[in-house]
Design a protein around this ligand. Sequence first.
Ligand code: PLP
Length: 431
Amino acid sequence: MEVRRSKELFEEAKKYIPGGVNSPVRAFKSVGGTPRFIAKAKGSHIWDVDGNEYVDYVCSWGPMILGHAHPAVVEAIKEQAEKGTSFGAPTELEVELAKMIVDLVPGVEKVRMVNSGTEATMSAIRLARGYTRRNKVIKFEGGYHGHVDALLVKAGSGLTTFGVPTSPGIPEDFAKHTITVPFNDIDALKRVIDEVGDDVAAVIMEPVMANAGLIIPEDGYLEKVRELTAEKGIVLIFDEVITGFRLSLGGAQEYFGITPDLSCFGKIIGGGLPVGAFGGKKEIMDYLAPEGPVYQAGTLSGNPLAMVAGIATLRELQKEGVYESLRKKMEKLAEGLREAARKAGIEDKLCFKRIESISIVYFTSKDVKNYQDALTSNTKAYAAFFQKMLEQGIYLAPSQFEVAFMSTAHTDEDIEKTIEAAEVAFREVAD
Ligand code: PLP
């Protein structure tokens, strides 16, 4: 596969942009090789600057649930661009998208738009702290909530270790209010809450963890988290930046029937434009300025282009049978991949996880139930698999710990091509 132009651009980019990219995982560091510079995309396919075509399972890390350049989304953006791209004043479009989110998501009575998932989680945490007048936040090992200072924190040794920043530039004083516990372990959460006492403002979680591969909550786990937080007056925040409008129209909270106090969104609600949102109970949301004392703002928040792209996307998703079709396609792909692995004789070295239209193949024989399990993956083997797939025109995430997304645009032919390519790639990894 010829990637000369991508190579040239990557070298050029590194002169002007740190690491040549505007978000680290795009640099292919954990899989090696040349990151593909993308020239265009349509439906389930993307084309790089050398003219290579790929079936895309990254889907811009989740937003492109309708595939790329969906006609309804493109039309909406074009029409709006003619009318102006930002006013810094309220619009009817913001009301329309907010109403759609409130109508569709069980736990959201009011919602505020921001410009990214990071802003959504950052603001939700500030709001939870302001509302409860408490300081501590509990998150889960391997949970990613964007690059918010207080959330870029991992666990140290021991279960209840107080936060150690994952990145230089985050003062320990900021991180010390963040406590990390393992997912799918209700006793660990209980212990921490008992230890900290009544200073826990919020528990923030991806209800299905999708940034450490794919970690699915065990039966009853989310219910117990809900009960425990309600009992202690702790604000439960579901970070639905990935799961929102992905697991179902009402997100993970509808899918599992658990209602958090606050929810964070991003990705799909912007239809591929930069958007985030956070919402929840009226009583808490009304603590936000200008109604309440907790400050939060944004020059481009509720941006009209992003609003129309989001509205068009959510309209499409409300059509009959969309989620069933997405699920069936991912089922077909996941089953095909498993069969391909069996044929290559490495099925027992892999762990397959899938929920609705999200899936992953971990290169570990462990049944992955938490972050520590995920870390047992053979990332070298994944890198080899990834490269072999890429060479055959299948664009997977350039990291073992990122998932594959299905879109409404993926065809049976795409899926069959992917399974055939996987058979070759698994064989190569097995050798
Ligand atoms: N929360 C989750 C669950 C995410 O997956 C991400 C991004 O991948 C974020 C928050 C941050 O969103 P953004 O990259 O839009 O800031």
